[in-house]
Design a protein around this ligand. Structure first.
Ligand code: UDP
Ligand code: MG
Length: 317
């Protein structure tokens, strides 16, 4: 019988976890395969961990993993996926925005031979038009700038086959833009469409500041286009400065110059100063990433590890 593990990263999700688990187990109970559930507590401050423990106590197919602090969703997800030893893994949010009822459809595509099956949102219920607009702008920019096509309107909700998992496990970069990594590994990928519902309870951990950082992360992880852009802007600015200089020189030679140049001088200095700072910033962004990667720190630390009781304890890393 094929084995399936569902990985759920959770940070302060005590309000929804029980409801989530009820819906998830109902779906898993109907699948003709051995299913396990792995909850990853990403250093929650509320009683998420206690709830996880009680879920695990009630069901031998539930495993729990506690990280030593809040490492962020990407690291929590990675920690969970690193522990999976099954024929396929499903990644799903705890807040019921990804309906567990879709799992049978994901599994169906996997059994049809796909390695990565992701769920694409057909509508974004309960999100402001500003959020929708920024999301659309982000995907468009990613499309233009990066080398891999990151599927649009796709969260982390997806199924990964064993070999896709193994491939993902080899990507140990510290700054993890998961959507990009999932796309980067390749293999046979397909999607199913669903309607994303608003969060059941609790609050989204995202705000615009975090989203902006996320966007910069996505672009700089998968594209060096901003570096090239800095070069091209610099070239264009130098060329126009040269042409302008030529014009000033000729004017002075042919007609004599009463030196009225202050405004144009100011404009050029400010413009070039701005471009230089921008280009330095872009370089700094990449340098910072390089610094972070070169430290080679582990992606996360585990405080407690309780694999599903139905499964022998796994390797430790
Ligand atoms: N999450 C996490 N660590 C964090 C932030 C979020 O493990 O630092 C989990 C969270 O508990 C949820 C999922 O990641 O299960 C998605 O988080 P959220 O709903 O806040 O993001 P959104 O749906 O708004 O993208
Ligand atoms: Mg959410």
């Amino acid at each position: 019988m094929p084995r399936l593990t569902v990985v759920i990263p959770a940070y302060n999700e005590s309000a929804v976890l029980a409801a989530f688990h009820a819906r998830l187990s109902k779906v898993l109970g109907q699948l003709p395969m051995t299913c396990e559930v792995l909850y990853v507590d990403d250093g929650s401050r509320d009683d998420t961990w206690l709830i996880m423990q009680s879920l695990a106590a009630a069901d031998p197919q539930v495993g729990t993993l506690k990280l030593s602090r809040n490492f962020g969703k990407e690291a929590a997800l990675t920690a969970g996926l690193d522990r999976v030893d099954a024929d396929a893994a499903i990644v799903i949010d705890a807040d019921l925005q990804d309906p567990p009822e879709l799992i049978p459809q994901l599994v169906e595509q996997w059994q049809a031979g796909y390695d990565v099956v992701y769920a694409t949102r057909s509508a974004r219920a309960g999100e402001t038009s500003l959020k929708r607009f920024t999301a659309a702008a982000f995907y468009r920019t990613m499309d233009i700038m990066s080398d891999v096509a990151v599927p649009r309107d796709t969260g982390d909700f997806r199924l990964l086959s064993r070999r896709a998992l193994a491939a993902l496990a080899q990507l140990r970069e510290r700054q993890r833009f998961m959507k990009g990594l999932f796309a980067w590994i390749g293999y046979r990928q397909t999607s199913i469409t669903y309607l994303r519902s608003p969060r059941l309870a609790g609050r989204s951990k995202w705000n615009y500041w975090r989203l902006a950082q996320f966007a910069i992360e996505g672009i700089t992880s998968f594209s060096s286009a901003p570096l090239k852009l800095a070069t091209w802007t610099g070239m264009a600015a130098s060329l126009s400065a040269f042409l302008f200089g030529l014009k000033v020189l000729l004017k002075a030679l042919l007609r004599g110059d009463p030196v009225p140049g202050y405004p144009s001088l100011m404009v050029v200095i400010l413009f070039l100063g701005g471009i230089q700072l921008l280009a330095l910033g872009v370089i700094g962004e990449y340098l910072g990433r390089n610094y972070n990667e070169s430290k080679q720190r582990p992606l996360y630390f585990i405080e407690e590890d309780h694999p599903p009781a139905s499964q022998a304890p796994l390797h430790t890393e």
